[in-house]
Design a binder for this molecule. Structure first.
Ligand SMILES: Cc1cc2nc3c(=O)[nH]c(=O)nc-3n(C[C@H](O)[C@H](O)[C@H](O)COP(=O)(O)OP(=O)(O)OC[C@H]3O[C@@H](n4cnc5c(N)ncnc54)[C@H](O)[C@@H]3O)c2cc1C
Ligand code: SF4
Ligand code: SF4
Length: 941
């Protein structure tokens, strides 16, 4: 069945204006940036929609469905857009459910929850973990994918072995049918009056019931025999229900990929979170041995059993992940302990004994603690986007990515695939859920090259056919059919069963508007391939969206890291058509830290801003660079701060400065709620004349302290603490001449000005063995000077400086001197750490935590979301105060949940933001201040 030709209104923006009138202006978008961002998901395809609706209620969903049906406009539901098959993009309306992201009800005794479809799996599980519970199915995209997409794709993951797929874990769904009516899709007893009523009211359910009855033998005959299948509609699950005497409706809708109805909520079944877990990496010398070991390993009842073949190990880099050069395949095994008395070590020993029967290239690596286990999983979970680093042209292409064969034949499959792709001279990564026989096959191809394109087409048909004929398998285990496999569903099941699928689709969606082109379609899989994007470095995996603070508050792809990559690299990009979104990025760099493909979206945005530097910011930074004059002005402000920094005066200031601030950004203002730091009347450099080094003087110390602007100009004790701590470690630092590291200057597009300052810093810091920093942003900026001067004469000096930059927490952790520490508090003080984004991006994450843990009188608590942006981001809290406060709200809740009395951090902007956002819920201190307090307490005792 071909997707029906749909009549679109002549003027496409009519759709958006109609929908705006019905739903409200904030929920409907159709501007260039939105359309560009929503044209992609994590598949190889592109389709530009006409409008995007960000629904906030069931009424919004029903109204949009009715409108789409009335007008014959394709309607594509969408959650996180991480599917690999092109099922969350479409040519009409995209209905994004991300704002429906609450847990509506949780029943711990009976272990179920009622959940909305926009919730991210990782967030859901964090919430459930508080009650010792877990939603079992765990796609590797769990940090970013959302429940709606998981339901519609019947997702699963490494732990399917233990918990099954989504279809095994859903009790009920609220489904909006094509008529706009709501269906409570649960398992109804066939004889129940409620079932009879349902059949009376819904013709499509009557049709379905008869079809299941009339074609029971055909359905039984065509049932896939492998342990996993997400291809076609799950008539097999429905038939099982009928055999048990029930009409098991969730089985129809789970895995239906938005083609039969839209979900507004699901009642999901929960399991107890394992009490302890063990993860092991086992490297095999021979691939065939893996196949033999798997059935034996399954006897130890692993919760996950994953494989990566030799090519995959080569492609992700063996050395980087500590994988022996001679490993032909690596197994990742996980064992869970549920009840008391289960001895994981004994189980691990049994597992090791099994593996020792084979030639291993090294001893199995076994990890118990969560951090070490996470490290073992890291490479596996980010495998697909990591492959994007392999070659600038050859990209991992998902088109035969999800086959299933009997588990004991997986080595045979891998051998066949290696030979097949070897014959094509195509590098390929083969990995997956070996315990279920589910292999992910990702060849690396340049689809813009005719030869590679032909190889892709050949591989598509040959491999799928081989999986069916030789292995009796399925072409789709968990990723869904989408656009990529729709063409082959008929071959998988044969024309008779396919015809039943078509009848189900027609009965539930007679107008053919629900996600046309998906699952049931005879369009070739090569339609709508995004050739241009497949030559770019972004895998569109959305891992960055999961950490992007702007996406977190707006829940809209045009306000997200992945969306911004699309926008700023689009051929039709202009600053004018995208200013709104280009200026919305905080430059927090969280995306860069998270991206497995090595893309730095924030840098691309800075490049675009550099094409349009902000004029007012330019004037301010020019003044800032006139150090003597600027500092005199700051001291003047400091002297009268007690007068102007009062509520009434601040309100007046806000009012008076608004017109000027607008020239910085539409949203910019000096909010009276912003808790400003006290400005210093004597700057740090005035207070430590003995440490000042004038330009041209020889260094007195091997260590320079790069204090940056904040520690110099604010009277907040941070600079004094850093100096005191260094002195305790026997270091009398130099304070050489220095200019702003450049972060805020670059943020407003003034790269040339940032470079001017950076040149001064490069010259003045060149003579030191170590350049100690206290500010997170200065630390990162100094380490990033090589990028700022890429390809320029200063680059090698910048690289030399980058190696010597040391944050004060790193300095203390590395120092051989261990000064005595005492407790600064009479009772234990609960301290949490907010990990500033720029310090994280600079790679400093463990040292501050280790130091805080070791402070006497401190009970260190790891707060939830410690690694998430707080929304301060330099001057962002001035540029867009309202958004910054929406961002910090999550942090406030996390601090509250942790019970911390003090939040430690390393960034002046974070300190201002936390003081503003926490509203006194906890004290905010720099890590150096807490260290200093501990040293001083020891001196006193
Ligand atoms: C790096 C990476 C790793 C992955 N690993 C796995 C894995 O291990 N296992 C696995 O199964 N998948 C995996 N995937 C695929 C993908 O993440 C999953 O299919 C995921 O569940 C999709 O969720 P989503 O929120 O992104 O959905 P989307 O991509 O937004 O949508 C998926 C489908 O759901 C439909 N849909 C969304 N919301 C609704 C709704 N409310 N009502 C009706 N239909 C709706 C959409 O129309 C679409 O058809 C991976 C993807 C990536 C990028
Ligand atoms: S920028 Fe990186 S993390 Fe973000 S979508 Fe692209 S590849 Fe994924
Ligand atoms: S820098 Fe921060 S705000 Fe900007 S795109 Fe990256 S994660 Fe989002």
């Amino acid at each position: 069945m071909t997707a029906p030709t749909l009549i679109l209104p002549e003027r496409s923006h009519a759709i958006a204006s109609d929908l705006r009138a019905a739903l409200g202006v904030d929920k409907v978008k159709d501007d260039y940036s939105t359309i560009t961002a929503y044209a992609v998901d994590a598949s190889i395809y592109r389709m530009s929609p006409k409008a995007v609706v960000l629904v906030e209620s069931e009424e919004d969903i029903a109204a949009t469905v009715r409108y789409a049906v009335e007008r014959g406009i394709p309607l594509t539901p969408r959650a996180a857009g991480t599917n690999l098959t092109g099922s969350a993009i479409g040519s009409g309306i995209i209905l994004d459910v991300s704002r429906l992201n609450r847990v509506l009800e949780l029943n711990c005794e009976e272990r179920w929850a009622r959940v909305q479809p926009g919730i991210v799996l990782a967030e859901l599980n964090k919430r459930l973990a508080r009650d010792g519970l877990l939603f079992g199915p765990d796609p590797s995209s769990g940090d970013m994918c959302k429940l709606g997409g998981m339901l519609a794709n019947n997702s699963s993951g490494p732990h399917t072995l233990r918990y099954g797929s989504v279809k095994d874990n859903v009790a009920a769904l609220r489904v909006c049918l094509q008529s706009g009516e709501w269906l409570d899709a649960k398992a109804y007893g066939l004889e129940d009056p409620s079932c009879r009523n349902l059949l009376k009211t819904h013709k499509q359910l009557r049709d379905l019931r008869s079809l299941l009855q009339d074609y029971a033998p055909l359905i039984a005959q065509k049932r896939p025999t492998v342990s996993k299948n997400s291809c076609g509609y799950n008539l097999f699950g429905l038939a099982d229900g009928i055999a048990r005497g029930c009409f098991d409706l969730p089985k129809l809708f789970v895995g239906s990929e938005g083609t039969l109805g839209l979900f507004s909520e699901a009642t999901i079944k929960l399991v107890e979170k394992p009490r302890a877990t063990l993860t092991a990496l086992i490297h095999f010398h021979r691939l065939e041995d893996v196949g033999e070991a798997v059935p034996q390993l399954l006897e130890v009842l692993p919760s996950a059993l994953e494989v990566m073949d030799a090519n995959t190990l080569n492609l992700i880099g063996r050395a980087k992940h500590g994988i022996p050069a001679d490993a032909a395949a690596t197994l990742l095994v996980e064992l869970d302990a549920d009840g008391a008395g289960i001895d994981l070590r004994a189980q691990a020993e049994r597992m090791t004994q099994i593996c020792r029967r084979y030639r291993l290239t090294s001893d199995p690596v076994i990890a118990f603690d969560p951090e070490a286990r996470e490290q073992l999983w890291k490479a596996r979970k980010a495998l697909y986007p990591t492959l994007y680093r392999f070659d600038p042209k050859k990209k991992p292409i998902n088109f035969v990515d999800d086959v299933v064969v009997p588990a004991d034949r997986i080595s045979e499959l891998i051998r066949y695939l290696e030979e097949f792709f070897g014959g094509q001279h195509v590098p390929v990564a083969i990995f997956g859920h070996i315990g279920n026989g589910n292999a992910h096959i990702i060849p690396l191809l340049d689809v813009n090259d005719q030869g590679d394109f032909q190889k892709m087409v050949q591989a598509y048909y040959e491999i799928h056919q081989t999986v069916l004929d030789r292995f009796g398998g399925s072409i789709c285990g968990e990723h869904g059919d989408g656009r990529v496999r729709a063409e082959y569903v008929k071959t998988m099941f044969g024309p008779e069963l396919y015809d039943l699928f078509v009848r189900v689709k027609q009965s539930f969606d007679p107008a053919g508007v629900l996600n046309p082109g998906i699952k049931i379609s005879d369009r070739p899989f090569t339609d709508h391939i995004d050739y241009e994007r497949l030559s770019k470095p972004c895998a569109t995996c959305a891992k960055c969206n999961a950490v992007c603070p702007v996406y977190d508050v707006f829940q809209s792809e045009d306000m997200s890291s992945r969306g911004w990559f699309e926008i700023v690299t689009d051929k039709n990009y202009s600053y004018l058509n995208s200013k709104r979104v280009v200026e919305a990025c905080l430059n927090c760099k969280s995306c860069r830290t998270a991206c497995p493909a090595g893309v730095d979206v924030s840098q691309l945005i800075l490049d675009r801003r550099a094409e349009n530097p902000n004029k007012l910011a330019g004037v301010i930074f020019y003044f800032h660079a006139q150090t003597a004059l600027f500092e005199r002005f700051l001291k003047f402000l400091a002297r009268y701060q007690s007068l102007w920094d009062r509520p009434l005066m601040r309100r007046l200031l806000d009012h008076l400065t608004k017109p000027l601030m607008r020239r910085l950004a539409e949203t910019a203002r000096l909010s009276p709620q912003l808790v400003l730091p006290r400005l210093a009347q004597r700057h740090l450099r005035d207070r430590y004349p003995e440490l000042i080094l004038q330009a041209g003087q020889t260094a007195r110390s091997p260590v320079a302290y790069f204090h940056g602007c904040a520690a110099n100009y604010f009277d907040d004790g941070v600079g004094d603490a850093v100096i005191a701590v260094l002195r305790k470690h026997g270091v009398e630092p130099d304070l050489p001449p220095q200019r702003c590291s450049g972060t805020p200057i670059e943020t407003y597009g003034h790269r040339a000005l940032a470079k001017d300052g950076a040149r001064v810093n490069l010259a003045s810091m060149a003579k030191y063995d170590k350049v100690v920093t206290g500010c997170a942003s200065c630390t990162l900026m100094l380490k990033d000077y090589p990028t700022l001067f890429a390809g320029e004469p200063e680059q090698s000096a910048a690289q030399a400086l980058a190696k010597r930059v040391t944050h004060i927490s790193e300095f203390v952790a590395q120092s051989p001197v261990k000064p005595a520490m005492g407790s600064a508090h009479s009772t234990k003080c609960k301290v949490a750490y907010h990990s500033s984004c720029h310090l994280r991006a600079a790679g400093v994450t463990k040292e501050p935590r280790a130091i805080l843990r070791g402070l006497p009188g401190v009970e260190y608590v790891e707060m939830p979301d410690a690694d998430r942006c707080a929304g301060g981001a330099g001057t962002y809290l001035v540029k867009d105060f309202e958004t910054s406060q929406r961002i910090v709200e999550r942090k406030r809740r996390a601090v509250e949940q942790s019970g911390a009395e003090v939040v430690a951090t390393s960034c002046p902007a974070c300190m201002i933001q936390l003081r503003t956002g926490l509203q006194g819920a906890a004290e905010v201190k720099h890590v150096a201040q807490l260290i200093q307090e501990a040293y001083e307490a020891a001196d006193r005792s």
